[in-house]
Structure formats: C-alpha cells, structure tokens
Design a binder for this molecule. Structure first.
Ligand SMILES: *Cc1c(COP(=O)(O)O)cnc(C)c1O
Length: 449
C-alpha cells in the first residue's frame, strides 16, 4: 500500500546492484524530522482528517492508512523492499512464514478446489495442506519426486488452482527445477508459488524463472538474527487471472463496495490486493516492530547469505571426507545429484541448510548432537548462529517410518544450518562430536554400553 504523498528518496529497480537495493529499495522520507532509519509506527490506527476521508479509506477510493491490521507504514516499507529484491510488483507482510503460506493458499483456493505440491515441502506447510485444508473441502496431491516432470504433469486436475514448491527444500537441499515446473503449471493455466525462504532473493529470484508468487518465512535469513517471526507474500504481477474468471472469481468476477473487481481495481497486483484482504480478515497481522527488525535484517542479507553459503560448502566438503559420516546432502557438492540444478539456479551459493547422516543410526545421531557445543540444538534456520536438529524425532515426528524413508529422512540424519562463526571453530566442534559418536559406537559394538 503506498503511503500518502511520500516522495521517493531512493531510486529502485534492476539498474542498481542487490546490495544497494537491500539498503535503499522502497525507502521513503518520513515526515518533517527526516529520520534515516525507517520509523516504527507502533500504532493501532491512523487519524482521519475528516468524515469523507474515513469513508474513502474504507471504500477503497482513497489510499492511505486506517488500521494496522490493514496496513502500516513500517510494514509497507518492508513490503516495498522485498518486492524490489524479488523482481516483483508487490508484496504483503504477515505475522509468520506459515501465515504467508496460509494467506496465499486461502486467497486462491475454495472448497472443491485442488492443490499440487512438492512432497519435500516444509513439514508445517505439508501438514497444513494435508490436515487443515481437507477440513475446508480442498484436496492436495503431493509429487513424490520433484525431478519427475511427468509426475507433476499427471497431478493436475480440472479443479487445480495452485502449485506450491520450495526453491531449496530442507533438510536435503534438493534444488527445484523452477522453470520446468512453471512451464507445466502455466500449460494447465495455474500459477506457481515458490517458497523461497532458504534461498532468499540473493541466491535465486524464482520470478525470473517463471514463478508467479513467492512466499517467505522472514523469520529465517531475511530477519537473520533469530529474534522475530514474519512472512511475505510476493506477487510477480504476471499471471493472467483475467483469462480464468471461472477459476478465480474472487479476483475477476466479485465486485467490491466501489463496484469494481480486484482485477479492475488493482490490475497486475490484483492477487496481492486480494491476499491483503484475506490477511485482513483472518488477521495474521505483523507488529511494526517486527517489520523494522526484518528490514534491518534485510540490509545485510547478501553479506550474511554469501558468507554462510561459502561456509556451508566448506563444511559439507569436510564432512563428506570423515569416516563417521555416511552421507552429506548438499547441492554445492560435486558429488550431489542436484549439483547440475544448483549450477543453473544457484551459481552464487547453495544456501547454508543441509543434511549430514552419521553412521550408527539414531543412537549415533543422539550422541553426536548432544556432544556439539557451538551448534545450538534448536528448530530454526538461517540464524547468524549455527543450529542443529534431528528431523526424524522432531520436524518429521508426525510421519511414519515408511514416509520418512521415502523422503530420505534416515534415523542418522541431522539438519545443520550454518551461521557466521569462524569455520575452523565449527569444524572443531563437528570433529569432536563425530569422535564422541565413534567412541560410543565402539563401546556399543563391544557390548560395553
Ligand atoms: C520456517 C519456514 C516456514 C514457516 O515460517 P514461520 O515463520 O516459522 O511461520 C515456511 N517455509 C519454510 C521453508 C520455512 O523454513
């Protein structure tokens, strides 16, 4: 939502480099005191000048803020910045990554409709699609092997309204062929939404490869410091909603109090405008304080992600050579079957979340994880601190052994999220934890433990 009468301070657009835009894109001058940092407009609502202005703001005939659940200048600054970095037309900030996923899905799908999704999705998203949407009469088909394009193609039905996948799924860093899946989705007249949380727009901008919608958990790399939650819904502004009035009547047919459809009112950004209404009605509002912290995080995004990706590659290469390690899943490794996709989509780094599987199964994973001293045992990703988690007993505890096996979530697999510590210190920590796991295994094999 544009803030009223605010002059643009900084130019934005593809002419400037990423690091410049992460600092300046969407910046506006705020009021007579001209603070350089974006002010935190910690207010529930905004005064109306007069009777008619109140009506105009509610009827949508006049831009400007009314109530923070509907829009807020601090939140709007974060929205403009991520839209610019993702090469998008518009964006919406909500209270969490899950809220971004839910808002996107609820904006596009109605009872009786169908969603096609990658089975490698973040477990919270997968469970939302599987357990919660079914209660609303919405069905989902999960594509087991995201590299099998025939499987994607076969999953579509006449009722399909959305395709959802992640650019870099966790924990296995199995890079998605965005352009191929976008082409299939478009052939079926359906938009592709990409969760770009683990890649961030620094590593890949899915819209440039054909995606229509981006969702983010801003709680991860964007905020970066593990202190707040937030989520973005980002709109490429290119999907031809108007070609499908039967599929998306909420955008193309239904009329608002001003007598116009969302498409007539907002044009290319009709989806974001409607998603804004969904968020306003369901209510996952972000705090302007969180929006400020996310903006501040984004200011150093490229520096952190570049360093963290390089460190992750170094650690993955080191881990791969250790005798206690059964396998390392990281697309940056030449040995990875996802390396060709990484070279195509992620030439500047493959992110810093990957999996290492230790020899000795669950017990070895337990000893290894408990022995780590620098890595924090925590369910989070993209923090400045390095984190470790055992997916089989935490994020994927709701799956059966069979389902976990099908997705390669072995009992000995640990998920690492590499932070900004000195790489030598992280190697030292991993080395002593691998030694602890090896000693425990020897004792067990000798029948001494
Ligand atoms: C964390 C995460 C989410 C959910 O985000 P929250 O901010 O925790 O609600 C969604 N997708 C991916 C890929 C994530 O990593």
């Amino acid at each position: 939502m544009p803030s009223p009468d605010a002059p643009d301070r900084a130019p934005s657009g593809d002419r400037l480099g990423f690091a410049t835009r992460q600092l300046h894109a969407g910046d506006e001058q705020h009021g007579p005191h001209a603070p350089r940092a974006t002010p935190i407009y910690l207010t529930a609502g905004f005064e109306f000048d007069d009777f008619d202005q109140a009506h105009g703001r509610f009827a949508g005939t006049e831009s400007g803020f009314s109530y923070t659940r509907v829009g807020n200048p601090t939140n709007a600054a974060a929205e403009r910045r991520i839209a610019d970095l993702e090469s998008a037309k518009d964006a919406l900030l909500v209270g969490s990554g899950q809220a971004a996923v839910a808002t996107t899905v609820l904006a596009l799908v109605s009872a009786g409709d169908h969603v096609v999704a990658a089975s490698s999705l973040y477990e919270g998203t997968r469970e939302f699609l599987r357990d919660d949407l079914s209660r609303l009469g919405i069905t989902v088909d999960f594509v087991a092997d995201a590299r099998n394009l025939d499987e994607w193609d076969a999953a579509f039905r006449p009722a399909t309204r959305l395709v959802l996948a992640e650019s870099i799924p966790n924990p296995k860093n199995d890079v998605l062929d965005i352009a191929a899946i976008a082409a299939i989705a478009h052939r079926h007249g359906v938009p592709l939404a990409i969760d770009n949380t683990l890649a961030t727009p620094y590593l890949v901008r899915p819209i440039e490869h054909g995606a229509d919608i981006i969702v983010h958990s801003a709680s991860k790399f964007l905020a970066g410091h593990g202190s707040v939650l937030g989520g973005f819904v980002v709109d490429a502004g290119t999907f031809p909603w108007g070609d499908h009035p039967d599929r998306y009547p909420q955008l193309v047919v239904d009329r608002g109090p001003d007598g116009r459809t969302h498409l007539e009112r907002a044009g290319a950004t009709a989806f974001t405008e409607f998603a804004r209404r969904v968020a306003m009605r369901y209510g996952p509002s972000p705090s302007p304080l969180n929006a400020f912290l996310i903006l501040q995080g984004i200011e150093t995004l490229s520096l952190r992600v570049k360093h963290q990706s390089a460190a992750a590659l170094q650690l993955a290469e080191w881990l791969e050579k250790q005798p206690g390690v059964a396998s390392v899943d990281y697309s940056g490794l030449a040995s990875s079957s996802y390396h060709p996709l990484a070279e195509r989509y992620l030439p500047d780094g493959q992110g810093s979340v990957f999996a290492v599987t230790v020899h000795g199964g669950l017990e070895a994973a337990r000893v290894f994880q408990n022995a780590l001293q620098l890595f924090t045992r925590m369910t989070h990703l993209g923090d400045v601190r390095s984190l470790v988690l055992h997916p089989a007993t935490t994020t994927h505890v709701g799956s059966t052994d069979e389902q976990r096996a099908a997705r390669g979530i072995e009992p000995g697999l640990l998920r690492l999220s590499i932070g900004l510590e000195d790489v030598e210190d992280l190697i030292g920590d991993l080395a002593q934890a691998l030694e602890a796991a090896a000693s425990a295994r020897l004792l067990t094999e000798a029948g001494l433990a």
